[in-house]
Design a protein around this ligand. Structure first.
Ligand SMILES: NC(=O)c1ccc[n+]([C@@H]2O[C@H](COP(=O)([O-])OP(=O)(O)OC[C@H]3O[C@@H](n4cnc5c(N)ncnc54)[C@H](OP(=O)(O)O)[C@@H]3O)[C@@H](O)[C@H]2O)c1
Length: 277
């Protein structure tokens, strides 16, 4: 995608200038969106300085009249900061499209507190930082086809995108792919630890582990086979993989992992209940 996929007169404003805002701004800038078209509201001075240095964009300590020029407002504060952040933004927001990356906060609550019913919620993940993000998107009833296309254009500057039809499915997306990079790093850490215990250097173990995740993911993405079939092809009867997977099953690993994702989805719903209204 080039900058031309976004209307050339579109201004964007980010509310919150932390990790996820920076990842999306980086995607926009890499695709040629001019720095002058992006404003950020970010109360933390060190973060404002970092945003200016990294992206050349204008970062403001507080909401103000400049928000009125934004056709798209991206909500990238923590759910816990949402209400406090929304109060000073709403009077300036006009009828902008609102795109939220916040976990849990529902479209209706954002519409009520942000001042516009045109809301698209999404759940990106941190590989967006390197253009390999995976984002789930949900559009409220008041968002037009043009609004959906605009939101998708912005998100696609950071990687791949998948639309979902029911808002509650976003809690599952959050549990699976939003939090997902942390699970990958958790497994990578365990592989690195085991590798060093077995005589590899940490650098060797990390390289082998990261390469294996990248290769396994690429194979799964390209293959028509089920994930179970791909796993079985690695698992020679009576061999090393069989020994490893038997150990994992005896430790209840798969059930524990499935339970972990349910815990994440429950927490996403709680965040919406507690901090959205
Ligand atoms: N990180 C992820 O992997 C990920 C993935 C998908 C979605 N998300 C969602 O993205 C959102 C942001 O997460 P993050 O990881 O980017 O958090 P973050 O790095 O902490 O960024 C949030 C930023 O918002 C600022 N902020 C706090 N109060 C504000 C206010 N009243 N007005 C404007 N800005 C304010 C914070 O400043 P201070 O530091 O001064 O408080 C902070 O810089 C969350 O809702 C999260 O659910 C995160």
């Amino acid at each position: 995608m080039t900058d031309s996929a976004l209307p050339s007169d579109l201004h964007l404003a980010f509310i919150g200038g932390g990790n996820m805002a920076s990842a999306i701004i980086g995607g926009l800038r890499r695709q040629g969106v001019a720095a002058e078209r992006i404003d950020v509201v970010e109360p933390f001075e060190a973060s404002r300085d970092a945003l200016r240095a990294a992206h050349g964009i204008e970062a403001h300590a507080a909401a103000g009249d400049f928000l009125a020029r934004a056709g798209l407002i991206v909500w990238a504060v923590k759910p816990q900061s949402f209400r406090e952040a929304a109060a000073p933004v709403a009077p300036h927001a006009g009828q902008a499209l609102h795109l939220s990356v916040m976990a849990g906060i529902r479209a209706g609550d954002l519409a009520a507190q942000g001042g516009s019913a045109r809301v698209v919620r999404c759940m990106p993940n941190t590989p967006a930082l390197v253009g390999k993000g995976m984002t789930g998107l949900f559009a409220s009833a008041a968002a037009s086809a043009q609004d959906r296309a605009l939101a998708e254009s912005v998100i696609r500057t950071t990687g791949d995108a998948l639309w979902i039809e029911r808002e509650e499915q976003l809690d599952a997306v959050t549990a699976l792919s939003g939090s997902g990079p942390a699970y990958v790093f958790y497994f990578l850490e365990a592989m690195e630890r085991a590798g060093t215990q077995m005589g590899l250097t940490a650098e060797q173990a990390r390289r082998l582990a990261v390469g294996t995740f990248a290769g396994g993911s690429a194979l799964a993405a390209d293959s028509p086979e089920t994930l179970a079939t791909l796993r079985e092809r690695v698992t020679s009867k009576g061999g090393t993989t069989y020994a490893a997977l038997t150990h994992l099953d005896q430790a209840g690993m798969q059930d524990a992992f499935v339970g972990a994702l349910h815990a994440a989805a429950v927490r996403a719903k709680e965040l919406g209940d507690e901090f959205g209204r």
